[in-house]
Write a protein that binds this ligand. Sequence first.
Ligand SMILES: Cc1ncc(C[n+]2csc(CCOP(=O)(O)OP(=O)(O)O)c2C)c(N)n1
Length: 556
Amino acid sequence: MTLPSRTRTCAQVLVDQLRIQGIARVFCVPGESYLPVLDALHDSGIAITVCRNEGGAAMMAEAWGKQTGRPGICFVTRGPGATNASGGIHIAQQDSSPMILFVGQVERENRGRDAFQEMDYRAFFGGLAKWVAEVNEPERMGEMVGRAFATAMAGRQGPVVLSLPHDVLPLASSSPDAPFVEALETAPGETQMAALEDLLAQSQRPFLILGGGRWNEKALGHIAQFAERFGLPVCTSFRRAHLFDALHPNYAGDLGLGANPKLVARIKASDLVIAAGARLNELTSQGYSLFDIPVPQMTLVHAYPGAEEIGRVYRPHLAIHAAPQAFAAALEKLKPRRAAGDAGTAHQDYLDWSEQALPQPGAVNLSEIMIWLRDHLPADAILCNGAGNYSGWIHRFYRFRRLGTQMATICGFMGYGVPAAVAMKALYPERTVLAINGDGDFLMNGQEFATAVQYGLPIIALVFDNATLGTIRMHQEREYPGRVSGTDLVNPDFAAMARSFGGFGATVEKTADFEPAFLAAQASGLPSIIHVKFDAEGITPSTTLSAIRESARRRV
Ligand SMILES: Cc1ncc(C[n+]2csc(CCOP(=O)(O)OP(=O)(O)O)c2C)c(N)n1
């Protein structure tokens, strides 16, 4: 796409660059520091979602990037806006999601004076972002924005921060436009693929771990066929369960918090692990206990798009520096030299682990609710969640069937569910989008429910209210049994909150109330909150607070 040449301001070059890169929507909280950009957006055809907090705006942009593989865009004002937005940057870094944060900056003539809301973004975001830069020369705007897209999408994807000095944005710019940027593809070499074929021929108990971003349906189709041809059990890394159909006969479950012990044992006993696209982070590696460091006890093949990640913790026996799509395509050519293995037992272990609801103290049973959702939601429904013990029920009982249906932070950031759901509903208005939250979790960004109402985005937010910051209470009972400190919560009426915001609200106090509440929420056509009150005693799907406390007391 080439745009007509005319005299443009720096801000207009920036916005034209967004159009050239195919950006349809940006997320922001406005600030006086970047008014020329807001003005340039006015007639650009790019939609603006104005958020209530920059933390929510940055998470929406991150979620957009995580889902689409192209950078989500967020604009925030200087100092306070930038610091509020930092949560989204942390998520984008840990979750490897492409996003660009544009942030206002003081005038160049005042830089270094500790001027009003001045910040050194290179220092502040330096350890988080893939690239932090300030656009000080008007004629370099196109170049800088183009590079921001390329950097955010290349290798291990992540966040880029571009700072926009106040006085630069309205200046006339002769900057040329940069062309549309494709993510850099790296493909495996033939020798590496031949080596992988040899390793598979020698292996008795191979296993495939699937994770990371940059996948598409076609590549995942190649992965499924590869697993079928070789009889490989496949598991997904922490919060990437949507990469493989849970009902596929080769699916062995997901690795993460509360992983199936049989799955963990199976991986430990395997003689060949192929990690495809997964970083093998702390939660996936079960607290760095699954593989020996630095050289894993079994043969490790690590296929990953970012060279700097391969060997960061684990020295692979075979390193394949390749983007997931190219790696998956290359797998098509591999031929089994022995009879296919048996993934059936691994899949049965997964089904047994996730099939039945477990008993839970109190009138509300979260596993029954999760199983109801798994039986009634369409396969393309998107589930967004933040952090908290409630997510353990999602991991264990919900069955993700399609790419992009699980939107949760790999870095365990509270408050992600609502902003991610707002972004997903804006992206896919026709799909069912849930924000699943704990009570502590929800109020970290629950204000973005107002954004859902403002833009007519009927997300359904479930708030699992146990009147405690349950995860921390659980750790507390383990370490300091009976000494509850700083974890109790007194909550508002979340259903009334929904109504006061202009949405639909319902309260659930027993399991049987959930179905009618959910159906009523759907029928309302409004953004909805379903306030589910349950007993904190049922702290995880498989244990209680009392059991944790008692066992800690016996230990002391
Ligand atoms: C932004 C942020 N702050 C703090 C934490 C630490 N943390 C992890 S889980 C949790 C409690 C979550 O409580 P809640 O939302 O009520 O869910 P529950 O664990 O009770 O299901 C806290 C405080 C975090 N992960 N993220």
